[in-house]
Design a protein around this ligand. Structure first.
Ligand code: HEC
Ligand code: HEC
Length: 278
């Protein structure tokens, strides 16, 4: 196998120094493309993320009978994950399993994260251990009206480097979970196979109600007539095709301004390769 650090290597050498470029890759995945802060940031009374507390947790997300309290994932030993090993952090992200054996629940997108490659999840875990610890004891625990499902480990193969559509699919799914919001779901909130990229979730806030738009190449309701420049503007500048600023959770303080040209082009190639759906 030609790719990065495997899990076996991680477990055998927990004290190993990060490989060159590993922390930079981890930072890019956690802070930029994956933007874990979209959920894991501490927020002020107006709902705005607090500076310097992007991973310190405490936000409460409610949907019907579900109430998720987002944890502090900075390396503070008492209120964060400072006592977790890299292998334990990796297992939490990909399999949704905490060191105490409990399962991590909605809306942590484990369905998508389970397919993050070995090298990328190792980079994320290594980076998470280097961020400044923030002391923030989150209040209360998540409550779900059903047992929180387990996510067994799956094969974690990075996309082939010479295939933009496959690389874009990897970014849109496992890394940035665009498909989490931008896909069709049934009444039970499960993703409907074959409706990837078709219009998805709606979000209501002080900004009104916005709907995650159809990203398939339909020329009427999707991005069939879009140029790469328009798609880039939506991600980097958070301006929609109609010139309107995009609202949360898509509007996220322009963190994706730092996404690489190649990653944006790969995402565009992937969404344009989907069957057009209305
Ligand atoms: C859509 C919201 C969302 C996103 C995005 C998200 N998380 Fe989470 N995460 C959660 C919630 C909610 C929980 C707790 C669920 C529960 O209580 O069972 C959680 C739990 C965790 C835990 C377990 C911590 C603990 O103390 O139990 C880790 C580790 C974690 N997330 C890491 C990440 C990383 C790394 C990313 C980015 C790659 C990320 N999360 C992105 C919502 C999110
Ligand atoms: C947490 C949910 C969420 C995630 C994750 C998400 N989006 Fe969105 N997206 C939305 C919502 C909601 C809107 C509509 C915002 C509005 O109308 O103001 C939107 C709008 C858009 C638009 C529309 C611009 C327009 O002109 O209408 C594009 C393009 C887009 N998203 C691409 C992406 C890509 C690519 C990703 C992954 C890198 C992604 N989104 C991840 C929720 C999400």
């Amino acid at each position: 196998m030609a790719f990065g650090l495997g899990l076996a290597a991680m477990a055998a050498e927990p004290q190993a120094q990060p490989a060159p470029g590993q922390l930079e890759r981890g930072r890019y995945l956690v802070e930029i493309v994956g933007h874990c802060a979209n959920c894991h940031a501490s927020r002020g009374p107006d709902g705005a993320p607090l500076p310097g507390r992007g991973l310190a947790g405490g936000w409460v997300i409610e949907e019907g009978p579900m109430r998720a309290v987002v944890p502090n994932i900075t390396p503070d030993r008492e209120t964060g994950i400072g006592n977790w090993t890299e292998a334990q952090i990796i297992r939490a992200i990909r399999e949704g399993k905490r060191p105490d054996g409990s399962n991590i629940g909605w809306p942590m997108p484990i369905d998508f994260y389970s397919r993050i490659s070995d090298a990328d999840v190792a980079a994320m875990a290594a980076y998470l251990r280097t961020v400044p610890p923030v002391r923030n004891a989150v209040q209360g625990r998540s409550t779900y009206p059903f047992p929180v499902p387990a996510h067994p480990a799956v094969a974690n193969v990075p996309p082939p480097a010479d295939n933009p559509v496959a690389r874009g699919a990897y970014l849109a799914g496992p890394i940035a979970h665009c498909l989490d919001c931008h896909s069709g779901r049934g009444p039970d909130m499960r993703l409907i196979p074959g409706r990837e990229g078709a219009q998805g979730l709606s979000f209501t806030g002080p900004w009104g109600t916005v709907v995650a738009r159809n990203l398939t190449p339909s020329t009427t309701t999707g991005i069939g007539n879009w140029t790469l420049a328009q798609f880039t503007r939506a991600l980097r500048e958070e301006i929609g095709a109609d010139g309107r600023p995009l609202m949360p959770p898509m509007g996220r303080g322009r963190v994706w301004a730092a996404m690489t040209d190649q990653d944006i082009a790969d995402l565009f190639a992937y969404f344009r390769s989907l069957p057009p759906l209305d």
